[in-house]
Design a protein around this ligand. Structure first.
Ligand SMILES: [Zn+2]
Length: 231
């Protein structure tokens, strides 16, 4: 997964020096902490960046039972790129998952998912390496990396002869067709096209035919004042 924006805007990149992919950088981080903290005991698992919103990191593996023993294999560690974390925070998330991996890989048993063993390893690592690894991170207080760009809606505002008002969010490809339909309807008093990014239209379907949502005169006038008319 390449960060397209970075690639386009950065002047430092030259064609002879390709940008390091995020996967590579996660591997580099893994190797670094494997050597530093886990005495290089861990084989490289599958490493992935994720878009997780509720979990910053995850360690997954498959399990099989044979001869009454459960063994784990096929390990995957993923770290979320959704939030705007600092390098240090990302590394803490990765090390947190590496503790899970270490416990599973060495076949140790913990009292729970973040039990006595996990906590003692975590506290030890925090102390020895000056890290801030935690059991869980409150994701609510962290900003997403990419803020969702607001959508632009093409809105048809209709005032009928019977005094009713309608709004309809129109699929831009259907404008010509709908304009033609409008010209044939005698029930219409006035209509006008607007452009807006108002949340009001977020859950309204983008129609391709002449359909709309009835609104009160007050809402109609309020919205019209907020939107940008298109000629
Ligand atoms: Zn955990």
């Amino acid at each position: 997964m390449f960060n397209q924006h970075k690639t386009e805007s950065s002047q430092q990149l030259s064609s002879t020096q390709p940008m390091m992919s995020e996967e590579e950088s996660l591997t580099t981080k893994f190797n670094k902490y494997n050597d530093l903290i886990f005495s290089s005991k861990l084989p490289i698992p599958r490493l992935k960046w994720s878009r997780g919103k509720t979990r910053l990191g995850q360690m997954a593996c498959k399990r099989k039972r044979s001869w009454g023993r459960t063994t784990f294999y096929d390990y995957t560690i993923s770290v979320s790129r959704y939030y705007n974390l600092t390098e240090e925070q990302i590394d803490d998330v990765l090390i947190h998952e590496m503790i899970h991996y270490f416990i599973a890989y060495t076949g140790q048993r913990d009292s729970s998912a973040h039990g006595t063993l996990f906590r003692s390893m975590m506290n030890d690592i925090n102390q020895r390496f000056g890290r801030n690894i935690t059991i869980s991170v409150r994701t609510r207080s962290i900003e997403p990396r990419v803020t969702e760009t607001p959508k632009t809606y093409l809105v048809l505002a209709l005032e009928m002869r019977n005094g009713k008002h309608y709004f309809s969010s129109v699929n831009p490809n259907a404008v010509r067709k709908i304009t033609l339909m409008l010209s044939r309807l005698s029930e219409i008093n006035t209509y006008r096209w607007y452009q807006t990014q108002d949340e009001f239209f977020r859950n309204m379907p983008r129609v391709r035919t002449l359909r709309g949502r009835p609104v009160t005169k007050t809402v109609y006038e309020e919205m019209i004042n907020k939107m940008t008319p298109i000629l």
